[in-house]
Write a protein that binds this ligand. Structure first.
Ligand SMILES: Cc1cc2nc3c(=O)[nH]c(=O)nc-3n(C[C@H](O)[C@H](O)[C@H](O)COP(=O)(O)OP(=O)(O)OC[C@H]3O[C@@H](n4cnc5c(N)ncnc54)[C@H](O)[C@@H]3O)c2cc1C
Length: 318
C-alpha cells in the first residue's frame, strides 16, 4: 500500500491534517489514511476524508503518547506510505522525530505547505528558515516523506455525511521506556487566540503595562481578544507567553488583526499574515507592518486608539 497518512492527537487537529492530506492525495492520485484512538474519532475521520483509519490500541494510564512510536513504526514498515504528516504539537514532534529515526527517513519539521514538484510528482514541502526570513523547499528522497505540520496550516476538512471508509484495528503493543507518574492540568488563561475572530495585538510601542487597557478597550468594543508581540511577553513579561503571536508563538488567522505599536518584523508577521484583514497603527510610516497591512494609520497609538474606540462606540451605538 502507499498513500498519505496523518497522525494527530484529537479531532480538531486530525481535521486540519485531513484537509491538507486530502488535497495532496488528490494530486498524487492516492489514498488518505488516519490514526484514531477510538471508534467515534475513527468514524469522524472517515467523514472528514480518510479512506482508511487505523484504530490504535489503548494506552495504559502510565504510558505517554510516545508509546505509539513502535505501533506507528510497524504499521509504516508494513504498509510503506508515501507521506506521513504528524501534527506539530509538543508530543507530535517527539513522536515524529523518533519515528523518522527508526524508519531512517527524512523529516521536514514545521512544514507550512506541501505540493508536488513539477516533473516527477515527488512531494515537495515548505518550511520557514532563518527565523522566517526565507522559505526552504524540502524534497524527501526516502520513504515515507515525513513532516510535522503546525496547527492552522491547512483548512480543516468539512465532514461529509454518509462517506464510507475502512477501519482497521492495529494489534501491535504500545511501548515506551518513559512512565507517566502523574498528570496535572496546565495552568492557562481562557483566551484561545488561534480561534479568535478579532485580535488586537499589543506591541512594544506601549509605554507601560497599565496602558494595555487601551488595547483591551478596543478589543471589547469589537468583541475580540488581546494578543501581543514576543518581547511584550518574553522581555517585558506584561502578558503570558501563550498570548504572543509569530513564528515561535501562536499562529492565527483571524478575520481582523489590529497591530498597535507593533513594528511588523518578519518573525511576527509570519504568525498573522493569513489574517483576512490586517490593520496597523504605528507612528513610524516606514514600519514594516505597513507592508503587510491592508489598512493603516500613521500616528501615536495613545491618540489614535481612544478616538477609534469613541468612533466605533458611536457607530455601533454602544
Ligand atoms: C528566531 C526569532 C524568532 C522570533 N519570533 C517572534 C515571534 O514569534 N513573535 C514576535 O512577535 N517576535 C518574534 N521575534 C522578535 C521579532 O524579531 C521582533 O523583535 C519583535 O516582533 C518586535 O516586537 P514589537 O514590534 O512589539 O517591538 P518593536 O520592534 O520595538 O516595535 C515597536 C513599534 O512601535 C512603534 N511605536 C512606538 N511608540 C509608538 C506609539 N506611541 N504609537 C504608535 N507606534 C509606536 C515603533 O515605531 C515600532 O515600530 C523573533 C525573533 C527571532 C530572532
Amino acid at each position: 500500500m502507499s498513500g498519505i497518512w496523518v497522525f494527530a492527537e484529537d479531532l480538531e487537529q486530525s481535521k486540519e491534517l485531513l484537509g491538507g492530506g486530502r488535497e495532496l492525495a488528490g494530486k498524487m492520485g492516492t489514498t488518505l489514511a488516519a490514526f484514531a484512538r477510538d471508534g467515534d474519532l475513527a468514524r469522524e475521520c472517515i467523514r472528514c476524508g480518510a479512506d482508511e483509519v487505523f484504530l490504535l490500541p489503548r494506552l495504559t494510564p502510565d504510558q505517554p503518547l510516545e508509546a505509539y512510536v513502535p505501533v506507528l513504526y510497524e504499521a509504516a514498515r508494513r504498509e510503506d506510505p508515501d507521506v506521513f504528516l504528524i501534527a506539530a504539537t509538543p508530543r507530535g514532534k517527539e513522536i515524529a522525530a523518533r519515528l523518522a529515526v527508526r524508519l531512517d527517513t527524512g523529516l521536514c519539521s514545521g512544514c507550512t505547505g506541501i505540493g508536488l514538484d513539477g516533473g516527477g510528482g515527488v512531494p515537495e514541502m515548505e518550511r520557514m528558515a532563518y527565523g522566517g526570513a526565507a522559505i526552504q523547499q524540502v524534497r524527501c528522497t526516502t520513504r515515507p516523506a515525513m513532516a510535522t505540520v503546525p496547527l492552522r496550516t491547512f483548512e480543516p476538512a468539512a465532514p461529509e455525511e454518509g462517506r464510507q471508509g475502512k477501519i482497521t484495528e492495529l494489534e501491535i503493543s504500545p511501548c515506551s521506556a518513559v512512565r507517566v507518574i502523574g498528570r496535572a492540568p496546565r495552568q492557562r488563561g481562557s483566551v484561545d487566540l488561534a480561534a479568535a475572530k478579532i485580535i488586537v495585538c499589543v506591541g512594544r510601542g506601549f509605554e507601560k503595562r497599565e496602558d494595555i487597557q487601551l488595547a483591551r478597550g478596543l478589543a471589547d468594543v469589537l468583541g475580540g481578544e488581546v494578543g501581543c508581540s514576543r518581547p511584550v511577553a518574553e522581555e517585558l513579561n506584561w502578558m503570558p507567553e501563550e498570548l504572543y503571536l509569530g513564528i515561535s508563538g501562536k499562529k492565527a488567522k483571524p478575520e481582523l488583526y489590529i497591530g498597535l505599536g507593533v513594528s511588523g518584523q518578519i518573525q511576527h508577521v509570519t504568525g498573522i499574515r493569513d489574517s483576512r484583514v490586517i490593520f496597523a497603527v504605528n507612528r513610524d510610516e516606514n514600519a514594516p507592518i505597513f507592508e503587510a497591512a491592508d489598512y493603516g494609520i500613521v500616528g501615536d497609538l495613545y491618540q489614535v486608539v481612544p478616538k477609534l474606540v469613541e468612533e466605533l462606540k458611536a457607530a455601533l451605538k454602544m
